[in-house]
Write a protein that binds this ligand. Structure first.
Ligand SMILES: [Zn+2]
Length: 260
């Protein structure tokens, strides 16, 4: 990283957290209420750096305010509270649409017509590009800021994909794990949970995870991550193994279970 950028980062991290910054964080991120003071301090400083270092761009005429940057940054920072030096450096740009946007996909033709991918226009809530921008829509970002939002959290979802892609361009639901966690065991356990969940749905059972989370292992990881931060108790109740696997990775727990 460039020396001047590192210098700026060090400067931003050194300044004391102000009361206004704490107030702002609490206003924009409901989970702030669940954090200890040390975590809040760390998150405010992390947010400063992320806001300052990323290029923010509003699409379709959307004007990006400081509050919008702070909301998105603090949401992304919340998921890496256990990894405070991780600033998503491979993502330099955050694009924000006012609401879900239309992505045009060019058709791809193969000699074998069965493999042809149809092009067209698709409505998207957000997207993560490997070593590229994170694309969000403001309506969905905002809806997760004040409460559990039925477990949905666009920013957690897209940045979980970013974490998943640290070890390679194709998201596979396997982010790099802390040294204390055995990767093979973790991967097998997560895959088993994914398959059990799919099996239950195919037998007509209703489960907590929505159908999108069952479309691919990477989506299972991203959707489960949303639940981990938005409705941890519910995730622990319905998918206790998934909860524990995510806790092994995210380390941070933003709630406490009642003593039994
Ligand atoms: Zn996804």
């Amino acid at each position: 990283m460039l020396e001047w950028l590192l210098g700026k980062r060090r400067y931003l991290l050194k300044q004391d957290v102000t009361r206004d910054e704490l107030r702002r964080l609490r206003r924009l991120l409901w989970q702030a209420e669940l954090m200890e003071l040390g975590q809040l301090d760390q998150l405010v400083k992390w947010t400063r750096v992320f806001v300052a270092e990323k290029h923010w761009e509003g699409c379709e005429g959307l004007v990006v305010t400081d509050d919008m940057k702070w909301m998105i940054a603090s949401m992304a920072g919340m998921i890496v509270l256990a990894y405070p030096d991780w600033y998503f450096d491979s993502t330099s740009t955050v694009l924000i649409y006012p609401t879900t946007y239309v992505a045009r996909v060019e058709p791809q033709y193969f000699t074998n017509t069965y493999n042809a991918t149809l092009g067209g226009e698709f409505h998207r809530a957000g997207q993560t590009i490997y070593r590229g921008p994170v694309i969000l829509n403001w309506r969905d970002v905002q809806s997760a800021s004040q409460g559990p939002n039925e477990g949905h959290h666009l920013v957690v979802h897209e940045f979980a994909h970013q974490l998943d892609m640290i070890n390679g361009p194709s998201a596979d639901g396997l982010p790099p794990l802390p040294a204390t966690v055995d990767e093979g065991t973790w991967r097998r356990a997560m895959k088993a949970e994914y398959e059990v969940a799919r099996e239950m749905v195919s037998q007509g059972h209703r489960i907590l995870m929505d159908h999108y989370g069952l479309s691919h292992e990477s989506e299972f990881f991203a959707v489960a991550s949303e639940l981990y931060f938005q409705m941890p108790e519910t995730l622990a109740e319905y998918h206790p193994n998934v909860y524990v696997l995510l806790r092994d990775f995210y380390v941070t727990e933003l709630h406490s279970f009642p003593e039994t």
